[in-house]
Design a protein around this ligand. Sequence first.
Ligand SMILES: [Zn+2]
Length: 416
Amino acid sequence: MAELVNSPLGTRPSLGGTPKRRASMKVLMRNVREVVLGNLCFETWYFSPYPDNIIKGSRAKPTDTAVQNLTTLGGDGIKQDGIVCERLYVCPLCFRYTPDEVNYAQHIMFHQEKQKFGELMPVPDSAEKVYEWDGYVVWEVDGEAEKLYCQNLSLFAKLFLEQKSVFFDTGGFRYYVLTYTAQGSKGRGRGRKRASSGVDEPLFKTQVLGFFSKEDLSWDNNNLACILVFPPYQHRQLGQLLMAVSYKLSGWEWEGGIIGGPEKPLSTMGRKAYLRFWSERIARFFMASIFEKTTKRKTGFAREEMTVKDIGDRTGMLAEDVIAALNDMGICDIKPAKRKQKISGENLDTKVINGHSDAEEFEPAKMVVSRAKVLLWIENHKVDLVAPAREEGFLGEWALSDASDEVEEAEDQSDA
Ligand SMILES: [Zn+2]
């Protein structure tokens, strides 16, 4: 069981209610019109079970001055019935919330004071870094030890997640929170600026951009329960980074680790984001581990036969996810099952994937993936061959181990 189910990512989903869905429309009706997160103000997408008695009281429209200080992020067609709170102020660090602007300002000042003395952690004190690279840090937060933080984070996330129920018992889950510390002075968030001074910097040196959660013990080998990149920070491949981290943390490369995937069913947006992630992962794997090797080998047939499961075992992916990605990429030529005959060398740089038919006299159906097709896919999709999570960025138990292992590990990086 997950605390949050399904995962929209990327672009804003529409609320086009099909008749089948009408029964759940009440649940989907937004109760908060917009949120202020740090110095950004943006519209919510979905209902979140914030307690009515706390978020009520802001029914009044924002003051004219406040409106003047905002520039619109973009229109939407989302139904506005059911709004209990016009504007909810959410702390960008601890996710506590209030409909009251004054309370909010006081709360923010409390954090800013701490920042002056250099005591400010962007996440709860008990959190531990699992990944750090180029200003981006992923922190592990224990849902049992930091219940309030994780509940508040879940409530905020629900504003942007469809078909998810929020479980208030966050014990049994770990939250992996992504933060970014600006390297220069450029602002990172897309959204309406609240301050009239034209301030473009974040309120704090470090911002929380999104997170994913994971069940401590998943019977279904799920490596991720819920994922969200906050709307102002979407379209920057941060979801891909979080997914890559979630795969790494499943420990699939090591003994005792699991090969898994995200909790299913995925939402439409979640599936789209994952297909992209899986496809890129497979493309990198082919380029680095298969074609690279076969190109170097000057003699013999530069082809390698493997099953879908082999690909999964070498990329940490479930066979079903490998198949979904291969289908989506459209890089496979299917060779139907035929009477067994000796395979003669055909194209150089071609690899063959075995089907799973056991028919004695028939050669099983095969899919042929050619280097040219993978290259074309990479080019068309503008794929960066550098993996979204850098192997060198992992810390603690996930870090590259010994110097002696480094050569081997470096080779493996391309798989990740
Ligand atoms: Zn706070």
